[in-house]
Design a protein around this ligand. Structure first.
Ligand code: SF4
Length: 311
């Protein structure tokens, strides 16, 4: 069995930084430590932090004293102000890429631009950005929303920025819809390329293997998207949160053949007489979980658990 890992996989820079910052706090022994919401969409990491005494709270008032950690995708600025007013020590792990969108939104607002945020309505990151426009920004999910806001935008100076994880095509369509309406148009492409790189390398790997495993939290939207992308190329794809979710039957040749769409490589892969398994992981999956999945497959192979799977 050959196990291949997608070129861009697992923790992104911003999530790793946030998790490292919280473990540093644990080591320093100050506390109590509270996180506003789940630090990341990965239950294994969240459970480990909970065992180390890091408590999740959903409202600021649930943290009576100590430290309040702000997640990597940021919060509305009034949340930070309120936490400080309540005497909490705020540790802000907002990713520098997200922080940049806050700064741009504030600068554009102060310079008299009508700010347009291209992103998902109600998404935590978008709510954070919106707060830096003093609530005056307009959130648009797609280009047709520009038409709906036509009167509000007519003849104005317009500044555009976006949620870090949206698709470039959506930003382009919104900008196209704005040209000709605005007196002046200032566009900031604030998309983070982490998501697109993970999706492209998952696609590349899925085309070259017999089975794909997508490792990540069941709640993680970016992990779910990777699984969808992998399935699109016709390869049997399984989503696992950790090694405990693995099932030996997924690697049986008859099961693979049954679940492979015609034309995919594993149709011809039988000639190789060696199974190729691909591993890809979402931005909130730590490398230890990916390594454990890989090690479990190798140990099954060594113990003969997968003997019956050979072609
Ligand atoms: S996906 Fe990009 S913007 Fe979001 S936390 Fe990771 S590095 Fe930062």
């Amino acid at each position: 069995m050959e196990i291949l890992i997608a070129r861009h996989s697992g923790f992104c820079y911003g999530v790793k930084r946030a998790v490292d910052m919280v473990w540093d706090l644990v080591r320093q022994g100050n506390g109590p430590i509270h996180v506003l919401g789940n630090l990341i969409h990965n239950p294994t990491v969240v459970e480990e932090l909970a065992k180390a005494g890091v408590r999740k709270v959903t409202r600021i008032e649930d943290a009576k004293a100590g430290i309040l950690v702000i997640r990597s995708h940021g919060v509305p600025r009034q949340v930070i102000t309120e936490a400080k007013e309540r005497g909490l020590t705020v540790i802000d792990t907002t990713c520098p890429n997200v922080k940049l969108t806050h700064d741009i939104a504030q600068r554009l607002t102060e310079s008299g631009y009508q700010v347009i945020i291209v992103g998902d309505l109600g998404h935590a990151e978008v709510e954070g950005i919106l707060s830096y426009t003093d609530g005056r920004g307009i959130v648009v999910q797609e280009a047709k929303a520009i038409e709906e806001n036509a009167e509000r935008l007519k003849g104005k100076k317009i500044g555009v920025l976006c949620q870090t994880t949206i698709q470039l095509d959506i930003l382009k369509q919104v900008v196209d819809a704005l040209i000709g309406r605005a007196r002046e148009l200032m566009v900031h492409n604030t998309i983070c390329d982490v998501t697109s790189k993970r999706q492209a390398s998952t696609l590349e790997l899925a085309r070259a293997v017999d089975v794909m495993l997508i490792v990540g939290g069941h709640e993680s939207a970016n992990t779910a998207r990777l699984a969808e992308i992998s399935s699109l190329v016709g390869v049997p794809t399984h989503k696992v949160e950790s090694a405990a979710d693995l099932d030996p039957s997924w690697f049986r040749r008859d099961v693979i053949t049954q679940n492979t769409q015609p034309g995919h490589i594993s149709d011809t892969g039988r000639a190789r007489n060696e199974m190729r398994v691909g591993l890809a992981a979402g931005a909130s999956t730590p490398s230890e979980i990916i390594d454990k999945v890989k090690a479990t497959l190798h140990s099954w192979e060594a113990m003969g658990v997968l003997d019956h799977t050979k072609a």
